[in-house]
Design a protein around this ligand. Structure first.
Ligand code: SF4
Length: 453
């Protein structure tokens, strides 16, 4: 579960309090920052800017990625805030696949796309592995007619363990997937059930063994710190079990409660106390996990990711996006970045399918970024890696980001969240564990900033 393109189409980021106090409960609201400016500033009136960006001259050397949203799941998890459907039949899924292919065909004809190669591909959701082998082949054969991912350096495919069979994994490998991401989240069957996950622990073990036999270049395990019912003891067991399985990388998110989850709804409707561990506890758990993974030969590459050290393993999808790469997002509610324009597809399944059946790109809102917004976006996203290089921003934007944002950086340095180290700014472990809470301090006044300059 990599929060990516479409997570906030229903509830924009609303910062209940940036940088929540250590003892703060996990209340309803978002802290996770996936983009800047926030989605609520994107406007339907700005969609012509998206079409203009697609009609501009091609930039063959600029990195480009493709995100494909598969919005189907076996069951809706209690904490889910993604655009997903659990009730679509085979005909509707085929209609959706036809729409994805048509969308790619239209993009492929745009002037700005000519001569451009894909650097990364990401099948996210939802649950891409929900597709049958036949549906997957329809989709990939269709896309293949309009785009080639033969040169892509990384091709990620998200899976829910219970949807996998060895034959399906072989089919996933055969389409070129290099990075298989398993949405494990936890190994306790009680916790998986309480949180509404569709899979249980025997399915994790089976899927992981098959994935190893099929021999993907990289297998990632996704975990969540702070699921309903999580305890110190179980979290330690979860980390020990993950280390025993020896995945190539691990992603970990601290549970939060955006407005449109089942849990948030219950808290709001019946006034029950949040069942999620407080922020201090979740940070302690991720801190513990970081230390255990380091002891086991992993290194931290972002606030959410550890990778096996010395094997050249990366997570190119986020690295590219956080360095301003273009990305086309196919699918309902998907988000694209092209040139300096962000845009998003319509939220409705039927509207999405109909628009494409009638030959229209289903873009419904956009935002054309100023140079300063492009700089802030890259700076805050790269801060999530725990380190930014000042020369990078000097070379790309002609800016000295330390001086430009000195008051905020000094404030965070005073709070032991970060330090300046010659040519870089480095988050401390304390800062890294709450990286998202630090970022709104850099937002512009009028764009959700909580510490206006
Ligand atoms: S598996 Fe659960 S969390 Fe992931 S997209 Fe589906 S419903 Fe949401």
């Amino acid at each position: 579960m990599t929060p990516n393109t479409d997570m906030t189409e229903k509830s924009d980021h609303t910062f209940v309090d940036a940088n929540p106090a250590d003892t703060a409960r996990t209340e309803v609201g978002n802290y996770f920052v996936s983009n800047y400016p926030l989605y609520s500033y994107w406007q339907t009136e700005q969609t012509p800017a998206a079409f203009a960006a697609l009609d501009a001259a091609p930039r063959p050397d600029d990195p480009l990625g493709l995100y494909i949203h598969i919005p189907f799941c076996r069951k809706r998890c209690e904490f889910c805030y993604f655009k997903v459907y659990t009730d679509k039949n085979a005909t509707q899924i085929e209609d959706y696949i036809a729409a994805l292919v048509r969308e790619m065909e239209i993009y492929g004809q745009k002037p700005a796309m000519q001569g451009r190669k894909l650097r990364f591909v990401y099948f996210g959701g939802g649950t891409p592995s929900y597709l049958s082998e036949k549906q997957l082949h329809h989709l990939v054969d269709g896309l293949d007619r309009h785009v080639s991912w033969a040169d892509a350096e990384e091709f990620t495919f998200e899976c829910e363990p219970g949807t996998l069979r060895k034959k399906k994994l072989e089919a996933i490998k055969a389409i070129g997937v290099t990075r298989l991401s398993l949405g494990v989240e936890n190994f306790s069957d009680d916790i998986l059930k309480w949180n509404g996950r569709a899979h249980l622990s025997p399915e994790i073990a089976r899927a992981y063994d098959w994935a190893r036999e099929v021999d993907f270049d990289q297998i990632n395990i996704d975990l969540i710190a702070g699921m309903i019912g999580e305890t110190e003891d179980n979290w330690h067991k979860t980390i020990a079990k993950t280390i025993e399985m020896a995945p190539d990388s691990v992603t970990m998110y601290q549970m939060e409660l955006p407005f449109n989850t089942e849990i948030s709804q219950e808290i709001r409707d019946s006034g029950v106390t949040s069942p999620i561990a407080d922020w201090d506890t979740k940070r302690r758990w991720v801190d513990y996990a970081f230390n255990e993974f380091i002891k086991a030969g992993y290194e931290i590459i972002s606030a959410y990711t550890v990778v096996r050290k010395g094997r050249g393993i990366a997570f190119d999808y986020t690295r590219s996006l956080w360095h301003g790469a273009d990305m086309l997002g196919l699918g309902v509610a998907s988000i694209s970045h092209f040139g300096s324009v962000h845009f998003q597809n319509v939220h409705g399944f039927n509207q999405y399918v109909t628009d494409l059946a009638e030959g229209r790109l289903p873009i419904f809102r956009a935002l054309s970024l100023t140079d300063k917004q492009c700089l802030i976006r890259e700076m805050i996203l790269q801060l999530k890696t725990g380190r930014i290089e000042l020369d990078y921003f000097r070379d790309k934007f002609g800016a000295d980001v330390w001086s430009d944002f000195e008051a905020e950086y000094q404030r965070l340095a005073g709070d032991q969240m970060l330090k300046r180290d010659n040519g870089s700014i480095e988050l401390t472990r304390r800062g890294l564990l709450q990286a998202d809470g630090l970022l709104p301090g850099f937002f512009e006044p009028g764009f959700g900033g909580v510490h206006p300059a």
